[in-house]
Ligand binder design. Structure first.
Ligand code: 2PG
Ligand code: MG
Length: 433
């Protein structure tokens, strides 16, 4: 079956926040088809691939007509006739065609939707599920176990995903004590329900935030941590079974070494802010913390990792923006010990893979991640398994753009059968537990 790219079709569809986004279909000569959909962040790193938005009055300036036109007028002629099995070659063509360091000309949204569509089409042409296609293209021996990722699942949303009602952006749980993906999701379902019940009992159940976590109706940040700890206990889990992960997303309220969390009614310098975080780490069962300080605060990342990196996973998200060179620099400086892997931060699938491989080579743990603006596409579930990432972050345990990705992991676990191994406890040695 010929795997040459025959045609592309770009269209505007709508993401999980009801905003326009780019969808691209790639058709191959042999009849296979792949479809990619660009996700979108709300708390974005300043070094991410640029999303091309039209501006103007329509849809709050979020329309994507320019990006769609770029797919049809420039990208399609450049990659029609190319072999979809040569992902690297296609992605290199996209990068060269754009010609900027941050995908600003054609748009990171145009590029990632195209790159994803090519990958989906390639897997379809081989009649393989995507996770299996990715494994077949890697050097890994086929008889080894297939790793199902430890999930990070949001229970309360916050920050830019909840009108800045609290400062912490994501309060998540990690079911490290589960034995399988099926058990892991069942455990989180109980914690999510318990948190909702506790909020209802307190008269504070006020809907959900952008990623489906409960709306954070709290007087201060620490109250959210207390409520999450209670929810884990109410669901019947102990320390070491279900642990907490936080995305501070500190760039949203800090820069230049000054932190002004809206709920704390005072400013902190980097050292004082780190003291606050270390006190939380000493008080609550926290296993992982993301972007503890702002993306411009390298000294703060180094200081925090020196103080806490032996007992918690320290993830760079806005700090590393899925960029292999930034990952290597961070490892050399000991500025964190883990990376978030978001395809649309990089702009192509191949660059995303490079960031993941660079992180593994540095001994970092790797967390494949969705964005706060998502779609029905489940590619990241497959990337987490096919690339053996070990961890996956998708938002909460509600809203179908999130549940589609968790549910896909159940199907993959079932398809893998006896070779499946759930990565639950794999992160613990990294942090000395
Ligand atoms: C993050 C993501 C997901 P956004 O910061 O990790 O929670 O948010 O997509 O808005 O950057
Ligand atoms: Mg983040």
């Amino acid at each position: 079956m010929s795997t040459q790219i025959q045609s592309l079709q770009a269209r505007r569809i709508w993401d999980s926040r009801g905003r326009p986004t780019v969808e691209v279909d790639v058709h191959l000569e042999g009849g296979a088809m792949g479809r990619g959909i660009a996700p979108a962040g709300a708390s974005t790193g300043s070094h991410e691939a640029i999303e091309l938005r039209d501006g103007g009055a329509d849809f709050g300036g979020y329309d994507v007509q320019k990006a769609l036109a770029n797919v049809m007028r420039e990208i399609a002629p450049a990659i029609i006739g190319r072999d979809a099995l040569d992902q690297r070659g296609v992605d290199d063509t996209l990068i060269a065609l754009d010609g900027t360091s941050n995908k600003a000309r054609l748009g990171g949204n145009a590029l990632i939707a195209t790159s994803m569509a090519v990958l989906h089409a390639a897997a379809a042409s081989q009649r393989l599920p995507l996770w299996r296609y990715l494994q077949s293209t890697s050097a890994a021996p086929h008889d080894q176990s297939v790793i199902l990722p430890l999930p990070e699942i949001q229970i309360f949303g916050g920050g830019a995903h909840a009108g800045r009602r609290i400062d912490i952006q994501d309060l998540l749980v990690m079911p490290v004590g589960a034995q399988s993906m099926a058990e892991a999701l069942a455990m989180v379902a109980e914690v999510y329900r318990a948190a909702g019940d506790l909020m209802a009992d307190a008269g504070r159940r006020a809907g959900v935030a952008d990623e489906g976590g409960w709306w954070p109706d709290f007087a201060n940040n620490e109250e959210a941590l207390q409520m999450l700890t209670r929810a884990i206990e109410k669901a019947g889990y102990r320390h070491g079974e279900v642990m907490i992960s936080l995305d501070i997303a500190a760039s949203e309220f800090g820069s230049g070494g000054v932190y002004r969390p809206g709920l704390e009614k005072r400013a902190y310098d980097t050292g004082e802010w780190i003291e606050v975080l270390l006190r939380w780490l000493a008080t609550y069962p926290i296993l992982s913390i993301e972007d503890p300080v702002a993306e411009d605060d390298t000294a703060g990342m180094i200081a925090f990792t020196a103080a806490a990196g032996h007992k918690v996973q320290v993830i760079g998200d806005d700090y590393l923006v899925t960029n292999a060179a930034r990952v290597r620099d961070a490892a050399a400086q000991k500025a964190c010990n883990a990376v978030l892997i978001k395809p649309n931060q990089a702009g192509t699938i191949s660059e995303t893979f490079d960031a993941l491989q660079a992180a593994k080579a540095c001994g970092f743990s790797t967390v494949v991640s969705a964005r706060s603006g998502e779609s029905e596409d489940v590619m990241i579930s497959h990337l987490s398994v096919g690339w053996n990432a070990g961890q996956l972050k998708v938002g909460s345990f509600a809203r179908s753009e999130r549940m589609a990705k968790w549910n896909e992991l159940l199907r993959i676990e079932e398809a893998v059968g006896a070779r499946a191994r759930y990565a639950g406890a794999d992160v613990l040695p990294l942090v000395g537990i």
